[in-house]
Structures are given as C-alpha cells and as structure tokens.
Write a protein that binds this ligand. Sequence first.
Ligand SMILES: [Mg+2]
Length: 214
Amino acid sequence: MIRAVIFDMDGVLIDARDWHYEALNRALGLFGYKIGREEHLDVFDGLPTSHKLHMLTESRGLPSELHSLINEMKQSYTMDLVALRCRPVFHHRYALARLKEAGYKLAVASNSIRASVDAMMDRADLTRFLDVTMSNEDVSRAKPHPEIYLETCALLGVAPTEAVVVEDAEYGVQAAENAGTHVLRVNGVEDVTFAAISQFIQEVEDSSAALQRA
Ligand SMILES: [Mg+2]
C-alpha cells in the first residue's frame, strides 16, 4: 500500500530550472564565467550550486576562493526571480489537496537550500499541504545519494516501499530508486497532476498485489 507521496521541487512543483540557470549565470558573469543552456540541462541540472561550482573549478579553473561569494550572489538572484515569477499553479494545489484529503502523507525533498524551499513553497501556496519539507541543508549528502529520500520517509513514518516519489531529473531518479521508493518520472511541472499521480499509485498497488498472488 502506498501511504506517502514525496515531490522533488525544481522541475516538478516549481518551474525553476531556468531560474537557477539564469541566477547562476548572472553570478558567474560578474567574474567572466558563463555556462551554456544545454550544458546546464545535461550536466548541472538538479545539483546543488556548491556542487556546480566545484565542477566548474575542476573543468574550467574557476578559483575556489570565489565559491562562497558566487554562491551568495546566485542565491540572492534566485530570490529576486522567485519574487517575480513564482505563483500558485492551480493543478498543483488541486493535486496536493486531493491527495491530502485521501489520507496520503505529503512531502517535498529538494537539492535546493532551505531558504529557496521555504520561499518557493510559500509563494506557490503549497506549504499548507506538506507534512515535511527537506532541503539539501537537512542532509549530509545531496542527491544522487538516497539519504534525503530515506530521511523523508523516516520523518513521515513510512517505509520507502510505501512511498511514491515524483522526480524529473536523473540525479533525483537515482536517489529515489536507490532509497527503494517507487519513482514516477515526469518531464516537467505540467505533468504533475492528480490524475497522473493517482494512476501511478494504482499501478504500483496492482503490481504488488499481483506479485503477492503469484
Ligand atoms: Mg528536479
């Protein structure tokens, strides 16, 4: 039986992949660095900013003394974009309201920092539906490590096999699979609907019932 639904945030509940890309490039631009859009989607998407900066130091010689300053600027630009662009989305509010009403525990588990998770969930008007929110500051190893999903399940009081995780990016899918949860992979925020999630829960429950009969 599925008892919980855990959402990744960026690219799942919040269409923020471009915001992170723009904010990071604006901060890097102050020091003459730039990353391409394709590169961001292929290599960097879904990783914490600190990991991205380490990768840029290894691949392009970005001085590591600049990391904390660039990180600070990036987070502040992200907050500007959140204030400008982050709004409630009807089909997300509807999905979370219906799932909550049906008795599922709900959580967000994100590789973003705590301030971003709180600001984005508040502005999207989703905080009131969530039993637990987890940021990359609440775990010692970010996704693709499974820690954040294991910890979220523990806080919700469910086993990983009783949880559905909604994820859009490769690192997140790996984390959720290695934690032992059932992963619903989506291409973007528009795929995250009550119908899609309830259908996936039904499929998971049907296939585990079939396994038990076999
Ligand atoms: Mg994501």
